[in-house]
Design a protein around this ligand. Structure first.
Ligand code: PLP
Length: 388
């Protein structure tokens, strides 16, 4: 299966014949409430055969509390942490697992230490096909619990994450495995672009002025940009001037570093060190493409520190009632920096993408939260607390 271009070795992209795709806003009334509602712009021949756990169609909240705190008039939170396996990775996983089955592959898998492993394993369970998750042998056991409970076979490779990636990639062709983020990658990224489709639909077929995207390999950012472009192609949007900003954690921010230095190339970070572990990809596969998109759209890139990320998680939880994992904290901390530095206008329509659930990583905030107040079981003991 070809997933790289023979000439430039860049990733191959799925192309659609946009002239033949006829879509109008009213066609979406009553459609399935998952990302498969956009099946004309997804790469499956028969959408009825999609492995669908209901990924997508997540809420777009108009922010009140956080908007007021930051002084923004039109802030929206795209809460993608409520997907079936609790991260946006269910979007690429539903497409990649469905496409693997269409190709007649016997099994699926991925090298991953977190969200993608869970999403792939959940969709493989739904499809009742084997799933292999390759991880470095020294991984903390908690990281693989979710994938294991869905029935995936976790293979612990005595080596690094890169070794795990390499041998699974070699096994993919020999054993006919759809490795969702390797040989099925071109289809996998198509699932993520629905994060642009949904936001536009939820805003009444309008694109936001600004989008903040948590970024690791850069695939999600590029996919969101492609999504907005496609809506113009099929006339569902009249125009799109969305500035796309990358949010990365300080300690693993190769794309943000390159952006701020004005570099054309992305220099890999050898030893990532950030609490935003789901974003800790030192050598981002789509880094230069993401960099070009940020510049082309007039966006920006930020790299908040661990403490800013924790503050971002707590701020979102307290002002909006949404508990995110560190990747979402990176988005909120980036948004805050952008507002503080005057890079976002008070009146702009801003969408902040929250891509993973806080219940996956409660340990990140636990030590900074207030301790419970311990009282005797008597009503008088409550007076100093409740009459404050
Ligand atoms: C929760 C979360 N958000 C965002 C991302 C960024 O995705 P990408 O690697 O496509 O940039 C990841 C990647 O694993 C993630 O787990």
């Amino acid at each position: 299966m070809r997933h790289l271009c023979d000439e430039c070795f860049g990733p191959v992209e799925v192309a659609y014949d946009y002239d033949k795709i006829k879509l109008t806003p009213s066609m979406f009334y009553g459609r399935v409430k998952s990302l498969w509602r956009y099946h004309e712009l997804l790469p499956l021949r028969d959408p009825a055969k999609a492995v669908d756990l209901g990924a997508g169609f997540t809420p777009l909240h108009r922010s009140i509390g956080l908007a007021e705190r930051l002084g923004l008039k039109n802030l929206y939170i795209k809460n993608d942490s409520v997907n079936p396996s609790f991260s946006f990775k269910d979007r690429p996983a539903t497409v990649a697992v469905s496409k693997s089955i269409e190709f007649g592959l016997q099994a699926v898998g991925c090298p991953s230490t977190g969200n993608l492993a869970a999403a792939t394993a959940a969709h493989a369970a739904r499809a009742q096909i084997p799933c292999y998750i390759f991880v470095p042998a020294d991984i903390e056991p908690t990281k693989i619990i979710q994938a294991s409970v869905y029935g995936a076979q976790v293979v612990a490779v005595k080596g690094t994450y890169d070794d795990a990636n390499r041998i699974l990639t070699q096994a993919a062709d020999i054993y006919r495995i759809g490795v969702v983020n390797v040989n099925i990658r071109s289809y996998y990224v198509e699932g993520s672009k629905t994060l642009a489709f949904e936001v536009a639909e939820q805003l009444g077929w309008r694109a936001p002025d600004h989008a903040i995207v948590p970024t690791a390999s850069g695939a999600l950012l590029c996919a969101i940009s492609k999504g907005f472009d496609e809506l113009i192609e099929v006339n569902l949007l009249e125009e799109c001037g969305t500035k796309i900003t990358a949010a990365q954690g300080y300690g693993c921010a190769p794309i943000a570093d390159a952006f701020k230095k004005g570099d054309e190339m992305v220099t890999p970070v050898e030893k990532p060190k950030t609490i935003a572990k789901s974003l800790a990809i030192g050598d981002p596969g789509d880094g230069i493409y993401a960099l070009r998109k940020i510049r082309k759209t007039g966006g920006y890139a930020e790299d908040p520190t661990d403490q800013e990320i924790i503050d971002g998680i707590r701020l979102l939880a307290k002002t909006e009632g949404i508990f995110t994992e560190p990747a979402g904290g990176v988005s909120i901390a980036t948004l805050k920096r952008m507002v503080d530095d005057g890079r976002i206008d008070r009146d702009e329509t801003v969408v902040c993408y929250i891509t993973g659930n806080g219940l996956k990583t409660p340990e990140v905030v636990a030590s900074q939260l207030p301790k419970p107040l311990v009282v005797d079981p008597e009503i008088q003991a409550l007076a100093p607390i409740l009459s404050r």
